[in-house]
Design a protein around this ligand. Structure first.
Ligand SMILES: Cc1ncc(COP(=O)(O)O)c(C=O)c1O
Length: 395
Protein backbone atom coordinates (compact mmCIF):
# COMPACT_ATOMS: atom_id res chain seq x y z
CA UNK A 1 0.00 0.00 0.00
CA UNK A 2 1.25 3.48 -0.86
CA UNK A 3 1.00 5.87 2.07
CA UNK A 4 0.05 9.51 1.73
CA UNK A 5 3.10 11.69 2.32
CA UNK A 6 1.78 14.58 0.24
CA UNK A 7 -1.10 15.98 2.26
CA UNK A 8 -0.05 18.97 4.25
CA UNK A 9 -1.15 19.13 7.85
CA UNK A 10 -1.53 22.49 9.49
CA UNK A 11 -0.33 22.05 13.07
CA UNK A 12 -0.21 25.63 14.22
CA UNK A 13 -3.39 25.24 16.28
CA UNK A 14 -2.39 21.90 17.69
CA UNK A 15 -0.01 21.04 20.46
CA UNK A 16 3.32 20.79 18.73
CA UNK A 17 6.50 21.94 20.42
CA UNK A 18 8.10 22.66 17.07
CA UNK A 19 5.22 24.85 15.92
CA UNK A 20 5.01 26.62 19.28
CA UNK A 21 8.68 27.50 18.93
CA UNK A 22 8.28 29.28 15.59
CA UNK A 23 5.00 30.89 16.62
CA UNK A 24 6.79 32.34 19.64
CA UNK A 25 9.32 33.80 17.20
CA UNK A 26 6.66 35.26 14.91
CA UNK A 27 2.86 35.26 15.31
CA UNK A 28 2.43 36.44 11.80
CA UNK A 29 3.56 33.58 9.62
CA UNK A 30 2.59 33.52 5.95
CA UNK A 31 0.62 30.49 4.70
CA UNK A 32 2.67 27.48 3.78
CA UNK A 33 5.43 28.19 6.29
CA UNK A 34 6.44 25.23 8.41
CA UNK A 35 9.11 24.59 11.01
CA UNK A 36 12.08 22.55 9.80
CA UNK A 37 13.59 22.36 13.26
CA UNK A 38 12.78 19.80 16.01
CA UNK A 39 13.08 16.20 14.84
CA UNK A 40 9.52 15.02 14.57
CA UNK A 41 7.73 14.52 11.28
CA UNK A 42 5.21 16.66 9.46
CA UNK A 43 3.70 13.35 8.34
CA UNK A 44 0.69 11.52 9.63
CA UNK A 45 1.38 8.48 11.75
CA UNK A 46 1.02 5.13 10.04
CA UNK A 47 -2.71 4.31 9.85
CA UNK A 48 -1.91 0.90 11.36
CA UNK A 49 -0.79 2.63 14.56
CA UNK A 50 -3.84 4.89 14.78
CA UNK A 51 -6.24 2.03 14.06
CA UNK A 52 -4.38 -0.31 16.38
CA UNK A 53 -4.47 2.18 19.26
CA UNK A 54 -8.15 2.85 18.61
CA UNK A 55 -8.95 -0.86 18.70
CA UNK A 56 -6.88 -1.23 21.87
CA UNK A 57 -8.76 1.61 23.57
CA UNK A 58 -12.10 0.21 22.48
CA UNK A 59 -11.32 -3.25 23.79
CA UNK A 60 -13.47 -4.06 26.79
CA UNK A 61 -10.52 -5.32 28.80
CA UNK A 62 -8.36 -2.23 28.36
CA UNK A 63 -7.80 -0.23 31.52
CA UNK A 64 -5.36 2.66 31.56
CA UNK A 65 -3.74 1.82 34.86
CA UNK A 66 -0.03 1.61 35.72
CA UNK A 67 1.56 -0.46 33.03
CA UNK A 68 4.44 -2.86 32.89
CA UNK A 69 5.79 -3.86 29.50
CA UNK A 70 3.38 -6.35 27.92
CA UNK A 71 4.93 -9.62 26.78
CA UNK A 72 3.88 -8.84 23.19
CA UNK A 73 5.81 -5.55 23.32
CA UNK A 74 9.01 -7.20 24.54
CA UNK A 75 8.61 -9.87 21.88
CA UNK A 76 8.21 -7.15 19.22
CA UNK A 77 11.38 -5.31 20.33
CA UNK A 78 13.43 -8.53 20.38
CA UNK A 79 12.16 -9.54 16.95
CA UNK A 80 12.65 -6.08 15.43
CA UNK A 81 16.25 -5.81 16.65
CA UNK A 82 16.98 -9.27 15.37
CA UNK A 83 15.43 -8.89 11.93
CA UNK A 84 16.11 -5.21 11.15
CA UNK A 85 19.45 -4.83 12.94
CA UNK A 86 20.93 -8.34 13.12
CA UNK A 87 21.10 -7.98 16.89
CA UNK A 88 20.04 -10.96 18.94
CA UNK A 89 19.39 -9.80 22.45
CA UNK A 90 18.17 -11.46 25.62
CA UNK A 91 14.86 -10.13 26.88
CA UNK A 92 16.26 -9.17 30.24
CA UNK A 93 18.82 -6.85 28.63
CA UNK A 94 15.97 -4.42 27.91
CA UNK A 95 15.34 -1.56 30.30
CA UNK A 96 12.37 0.59 29.29
CA UNK A 97 12.60 4.34 29.76
CA UNK A 98 10.41 7.37 29.12
CA UNK A 99 12.65 8.90 26.46
CA UNK A 100 16.20 8.54 25.23
CA UNK A 101 17.29 11.94 26.54
CA UNK A 102 16.28 11.18 30.14
CA UNK A 103 17.95 7.79 29.72
CA UNK A 104 21.32 9.17 28.71
CA UNK A 105 21.15 11.80 31.44
CA UNK A 106 20.64 8.91 33.85
CA UNK A 107 23.45 6.90 32.32
CA UNK A 108 25.91 9.77 32.71
CA UNK A 109 25.03 9.96 36.40
CA UNK A 110 25.07 6.21 36.90
CA UNK A 111 28.37 5.50 35.13
CA UNK A 112 30.58 8.46 35.91
CA UNK A 113 31.67 10.11 39.12
CA UNK A 114 31.71 13.80 39.97
CA UNK A 115 34.75 15.43 38.42
CA UNK A 116 34.94 12.98 35.52
CA UNK A 117 34.69 13.81 31.84
CA UNK A 118 32.11 12.61 29.33
CA UNK A 119 33.49 12.40 25.82
CA UNK A 120 31.50 13.38 22.73
CA UNK A 121 32.06 14.63 19.20
CA UNK A 122 30.70 18.00 18.15
CA UNK A 123 28.80 19.21 16.27
CA UNK A 124 26.39 16.92 18.05
CA UNK A 125 22.81 16.65 19.34
CA UNK A 126 22.82 19.48 21.89
CA UNK A 127 21.31 17.66 24.94
CA UNK A 128 24.57 15.67 25.02
CA UNK A 129 26.27 18.81 26.34
CA UNK A 130 23.61 19.38 28.98
CA UNK A 131 23.67 15.76 30.15
CA UNK A 132 27.45 15.84 30.50
CA UNK A 133 27.60 19.27 32.05
CA UNK A 134 25.42 18.39 35.05
CA UNK A 135 26.14 17.01 38.49
CA UNK A 136 29.80 17.96 38.45
CA UNK A 137 30.68 15.98 35.35
CA UNK A 138 32.03 17.84 32.37
CA UNK A 139 32.05 17.81 28.60
CA UNK A 140 35.19 16.49 26.96
CA UNK A 141 34.80 17.37 23.32
CA UNK A 142 36.58 15.65 20.47
CA UNK A 143 35.32 17.74 17.54
CA UNK A 144 34.75 15.88 14.29
CA UNK A 145 37.05 16.75 11.44
CA UNK A 146 35.26 18.19 8.44
CA UNK A 147 37.21 16.85 5.48
CA UNK A 148 35.72 18.80 2.66
CA UNK A 149 32.18 17.88 3.48
CA UNK A 150 32.66 14.48 5.04
CA UNK A 151 33.00 14.25 8.77
CA UNK A 152 35.57 11.99 10.34
CA UNK A 153 36.63 11.19 13.85
CA UNK A 154 39.81 12.88 15.02
CA UNK A 155 41.53 9.63 15.98
CA UNK A 156 44.67 11.08 17.48
CA UNK A 157 42.73 13.40 19.76
CA UNK A 158 40.18 10.71 20.55
CA UNK A 159 42.85 8.31 21.74
CA UNK A 160 44.55 11.02 23.75
CA UNK A 161 41.31 11.96 25.49
CA UNK A 162 40.28 8.33 26.04
CA UNK A 163 43.63 7.58 27.66
CA UNK A 164 42.98 10.13 30.40
CA UNK A 165 41.60 8.05 33.30
CA UNK A 166 39.32 10.96 34.24
CA UNK A 167 37.34 10.42 31.01
CA UNK A 168 35.27 7.35 31.78
CA UNK A 169 32.36 7.47 29.33
CA UNK A 170 31.73 8.26 25.67
CA UNK A 171 28.35 9.63 24.62
CA UNK A 172 28.24 8.49 21.04
CA UNK A 173 25.68 9.41 18.37
CA UNK A 174 25.18 6.72 15.75
CA UNK A 175 23.98 7.60 13.14
CA UNK A 176 25.25 11.04 13.90
CA UNK A 177 22.87 13.95 14.40
CA UNK A 178 23.35 16.59 12.92
CA UNK A 179 26.06 15.70 10.38
CA UNK A 180 24.24 12.64 9.03
CA UNK A 181 27.13 10.18 9.13
CA UNK A 182 26.42 6.45 9.36
CA UNK A 183 29.59 5.11 10.93
CA UNK A 184 31.28 2.26 9.06
CA UNK A 185 32.30 -1.00 10.67
CA UNK A 186 35.94 0.05 10.44
CA UNK A 187 35.27 3.29 12.28
CA UNK A 188 33.16 1.57 14.92
CA UNK A 189 35.83 -1.06 15.56
CA UNK A 190 38.58 1.49 15.80
CA UNK A 191 36.52 3.54 18.22
CA UNK A 192 35.58 0.43 20.19
CA UNK A 193 39.17 -0.78 20.41
CA UNK A 194 40.30 2.54 21.82
CA UNK A 195 37.45 2.53 24.35
CA UNK A 196 38.17 -1.05 25.42
CA UNK A 197 41.88 -0.34 25.74
CA UNK A 198 41.27 2.64 28.01
CA UNK A 199 38.20 1.26 29.77
CA UNK A 200 35.81 3.92 28.48
CA UNK A 201 32.17 2.85 28.66
CA UNK A 202 30.34 3.43 25.36
CA UNK A 203 26.92 5.05 25.73
CA UNK A 204 25.61 4.67 22.22
CA UNK A 205 22.57 6.71 21.22
CA UNK A 206 21.19 4.86 18.19
CA UNK A 207 17.75 6.45 18.08
CA UNK A 208 18.20 7.23 14.35
CA UNK A 209 19.24 3.69 13.44
CA UNK A 210 16.25 2.97 11.22
CA UNK A 211 16.78 6.08 9.11
CA UNK A 212 19.61 4.96 6.91
CA UNK A 213 19.69 6.04 3.29
CA UNK A 214 20.26 3.69 0.34
CA UNK A 215 23.90 2.69 -0.06
CA UNK A 216 24.65 2.78 3.67
CA UNK A 217 24.33 0.24 6.44
CA UNK A 218 23.93 0.90 10.11
CA UNK A 219 25.81 -1.40 12.44
CA UNK A 220 24.71 -1.50 16.04
CA UNK A 221 27.86 -0.87 18.10
CA UNK A 222 27.12 -3.74 20.46
CA UNK A 223 26.99 -6.24 17.58
CA UNK A 224 30.72 -5.81 16.88
CA UNK A 225 31.47 -8.65 19.29
CA UNK A 226 31.14 -9.84 22.85
CA UNK A 227 33.87 -7.62 24.30
CA UNK A 228 32.31 -4.49 22.79
CA UNK A 229 28.80 -5.50 23.87
CA UNK A 230 29.91 -6.08 27.46
CA UNK A 231 31.12 -2.49 27.73
CA UNK A 232 28.15 -0.85 26.02
CA UNK A 233 24.85 0.76 26.79
CA UNK A 234 22.61 1.29 23.74
CA UNK A 235 19.68 3.68 23.59
CA UNK A 236 16.94 3.50 21.00
CA UNK A 237 13.24 3.98 20.43
CA UNK A 238 10.43 3.88 17.89
CA UNK A 239 9.95 7.61 18.44
CA UNK A 240 12.02 9.10 15.60
CA UNK A 241 11.34 6.24 13.22
CA UNK A 242 7.56 6.15 13.57
CA UNK A 243 6.90 9.71 14.72
CA UNK A 244 5.87 8.69 18.23
CA UNK A 245 7.97 11.12 20.26
CA UNK A 246 4.93 12.39 22.17
CA UNK A 247 4.42 8.93 23.66
CA UNK A 248 7.75 8.95 25.51
CA UNK A 249 8.62 5.36 24.74
CA UNK A 250 12.20 4.19 24.50
CA UNK A 251 14.48 1.42 25.66
CA UNK A 252 18.05 0.89 26.75
CA UNK A 253 19.81 -2.37 25.97
CA UNK A 254 22.50 -3.38 28.45
CA UNK A 255 24.03 -6.84 27.95
CA UNK A 256 26.29 -6.85 31.02
CA UNK A 257 24.43 -7.62 34.20
CA UNK A 258 26.41 -5.43 36.60
CA UNK A 259 26.12 -2.39 34.36
CA UNK A 260 22.43 -3.06 33.87
CA UNK A 261 21.77 -3.37 37.59
CA UNK A 262 23.64 -0.15 38.24
CA UNK A 263 21.48 1.64 35.68
CA UNK A 264 18.26 0.21 37.12
CA UNK A 265 19.36 1.07 40.62
CA UNK A 266 19.89 4.63 39.51
CA UNK A 267 16.46 4.71 37.89
CA UNK A 268 14.93 3.59 41.18
CA UNK A 269 16.89 6.18 43.14
CA UNK A 270 15.43 9.08 41.21
CA UNK A 271 12.13 7.33 40.51
CA UNK A 272 12.65 7.62 36.75
CA UNK A 273 9.58 7.02 34.63
CA UNK A 274 8.92 4.23 32.20
CA UNK A 275 6.74 4.28 29.06
CA UNK A 276 2.97 4.40 29.26
CA UNK A 277 0.62 1.63 28.25
CA UNK A 278 -0.21 3.45 25.00
CA UNK A 279 3.50 3.88 24.25
CA UNK A 280 4.16 0.16 24.68
CA UNK A 281 1.20 -0.63 22.43
CA UNK A 282 2.22 1.89 19.76
CA UNK A 283 5.77 0.52 19.70
CA UNK A 284 4.52 -3.04 19.37
CA UNK A 285 2.27 -2.11 16.44
CA UNK A 286 5.02 -0.06 14.78
CA UNK A 287 7.60 -2.82 15.06
CA UNK A 288 5.27 -5.54 13.81
CA UNK A 289 2.93 -3.85 11.31
CA UNK A 290 4.56 -0.70 9.99
CA UNK A 291 7.75 -1.80 8.26
CA UNK A 292 6.33 -0.99 4.87
CA UNK A 293 5.44 2.50 6.09
CA UNK A 294 8.99 2.88 7.39
CA UNK A 295 10.54 1.85 4.07
CA UNK A 296 8.39 4.42 2.29
CA UNK A 297 9.39 7.17 4.75
CA UNK A 298 13.07 6.38 4.17
CA UNK A 299 12.42 6.64 0.41
CA UNK A 300 10.71 10.00 0.96
CA UNK A 301 13.63 11.31 3.02
CA UNK A 302 16.03 10.21 0.31
CA UNK A 303 13.91 11.93 -2.33
CA UNK A 304 13.78 15.11 -0.22
CA UNK A 305 17.54 14.99 0.28
CA UNK A 306 18.06 14.86 -3.49
CA UNK A 307 15.49 17.58 -4.02
CA UNK A 308 17.31 19.97 -1.66
CA UNK A 309 20.70 19.11 -3.17
CA UNK A 310 19.43 19.70 -6.65
CA UNK A 311 17.59 22.91 -5.78
CA UNK A 312 20.59 24.41 -4.04
CA UNK A 313 22.94 23.45 -6.83
CA UNK A 314 20.73 25.03 -9.46
CA UNK A 315 19.31 28.05 -7.65
CA UNK A 316 21.17 28.79 -4.41
CA UNK A 317 24.78 27.68 -4.90
CA UNK A 318 25.71 29.70 -1.80
CA UNK A 319 24.09 26.92 0.24
CA UNK A 320 25.91 23.60 0.20
CA UNK A 321 24.08 20.50 1.42
CA UNK A 322 26.49 17.98 2.89
CA UNK A 323 26.40 14.32 1.87
CA UNK A 324 23.78 12.65 4.00
CA UNK A 325 23.97 8.99 4.95
CA UNK A 326 21.40 8.68 7.71
CA UNK A 327 18.85 10.41 9.99
CA UNK A 328 16.20 12.63 8.41
CA UNK A 329 18.19 15.76 9.15
CA UNK A 330 20.21 17.48 6.45
CA UNK A 331 23.24 19.59 7.24
CA UNK A 332 23.62 22.70 5.10
CA UNK A 333 26.78 24.73 4.89
CA UNK A 334 25.83 28.40 4.64
CA UNK A 335 29.30 29.77 5.32
CA UNK A 336 29.72 31.25 1.86
CA UNK A 337 26.96 33.75 2.71
CA UNK A 338 29.63 35.25 4.97
CA UNK A 339 27.27 36.03 7.83
CA UNK A 340 27.85 35.54 11.50
CA UNK A 341 25.42 33.26 13.32
CA UNK A 342 23.09 36.03 14.44
CA UNK A 343 22.96 37.49 10.95
CA UNK A 344 22.38 34.05 9.46
CA UNK A 345 19.48 33.34 11.80
CA UNK A 346 18.05 36.73 11.05
CA UNK A 347 18.19 36.10 7.32
CA UNK A 348 16.78 32.56 7.53
CA UNK A 349 14.18 32.92 10.25
CA UNK A 350 13.45 36.65 10.17
CA UNK A 351 13.36 37.30 6.44
CA UNK A 352 12.89 33.97 4.65
CA UNK A 353 10.77 32.17 7.28
CA UNK A 354 13.15 29.31 6.66
CA UNK A 355 12.94 27.77 10.11
CA UNK A 356 15.92 25.41 10.19
CA UNK A 357 17.92 24.73 13.39
CA UNK A 358 20.96 27.02 13.66
CA UNK A 359 24.14 24.96 13.51
CA UNK A 360 25.75 26.68 16.48
CA UNK A 361 23.26 24.86 18.77
CA UNK A 362 25.29 21.74 18.15
CA UNK A 363 28.54 23.10 19.50
CA UNK A 364 31.96 23.68 18.04
CA UNK A 365 31.99 23.18 14.27
CA UNK A 366 28.32 24.06 13.87
CA UNK A 367 28.92 27.74 13.12
CA UNK A 368 27.76 28.77 9.65
CA UNK A 369 25.58 25.67 9.24
CA UNK A 370 21.89 24.91 9.61
CA UNK A 371 20.10 21.60 10.10
CA UNK A 372 16.97 20.97 8.08
CA UNK A 373 14.30 18.42 8.97
CA UNK A 374 13.39 16.51 5.79
CA UNK A 375 10.54 14.43 7.25
CA UNK A 376 7.79 16.37 5.53
CA UNK A 377 5.98 16.53 2.20
CA UNK A 378 8.40 17.63 -0.54
CA UNK A 379 6.15 20.59 -1.35
CA UNK A 380 7.00 22.14 2.04
CA UNK A 381 10.69 22.10 1.20
CA UNK A 382 10.07 23.54 -2.24
CA UNK A 383 8.10 26.35 -0.70
CA UNK A 384 10.78 27.02 1.93
CA UNK A 385 13.63 26.97 -0.57
CA UNK A 386 11.82 29.35 -2.91
CA UNK A 387 11.47 31.86 -0.09
CA UNK A 388 15.12 31.43 0.82
CA UNK A 389 16.21 31.89 -2.77
CA UNK A 390 14.22 35.12 -3.09
CA UNK A 391 15.74 36.56 0.07
CA UNK A 392 19.28 35.59 -0.91
CA UNK A 393 18.87 37.00 -4.41
CA UNK A 394 17.55 40.29 -3.04
CA UNK A 395 20.45 40.83 -0.63
C1 LIG B 1 20.42 11.68 18.87
C2 LIG B 1 19.09 11.89 19.53
N1 LIG B 1 18.85 11.32 20.73
C3 LIG B 1 17.68 11.46 21.37
C4 LIG B 1 16.66 12.23 20.81
C5 LIG B 1 15.36 12.41 21.52
O1 LIG B 1 15.00 11.32 22.28
P1 LIG B 1 13.70 11.28 23.17
O2 LIG B 1 12.64 12.10 22.52
O3 LIG B 1 13.35 9.82 23.23
O4 LIG B 1 14.08 11.80 24.53
C6 LIG B 1 16.88 12.85 19.58
C7 LIG B 1 15.85 13.71 18.98
O5 LIG B 1 16.02 14.37 18.00
C8 LIG B 1 18.12 12.67 18.92
O6 LIG B 1 18.38 13.23 17.74
Amino acid sequence: MAYDFHSTIERRDGSSLKWDQILAYSQDLPDGVIPLTVADMELKNAPEIMEGLRAFLDHEKTILGYAGPPESYTEAVVHFLSTRHAWNIERDWIVNTAGVVPAFYLAVQAFSNPGEGVMMMSPVYHPFFFAAGQFDRHVVNCPLINRNGRYEINWALFEQLASDPANTTLLFCSPHNPVGRVWTEMELRRLGDICLKHDVLVLSDEIHFDMVLPGHRHIVYATLGEAYAQRSVTFSAPSKTFNLAGLKTSYVIIPEEGIRERFKEHMRKISAGSPTILGFKACEIAYTKCLDWLDQVVALVDKNRRFVEDYCQRHIPEIRPYPMEGTYLQWLDCSSLQLNDDQLKDLLWGRAYFFASPGRMFGEGGEGFVRVNLACPTSYLENALERLEQVIRSR
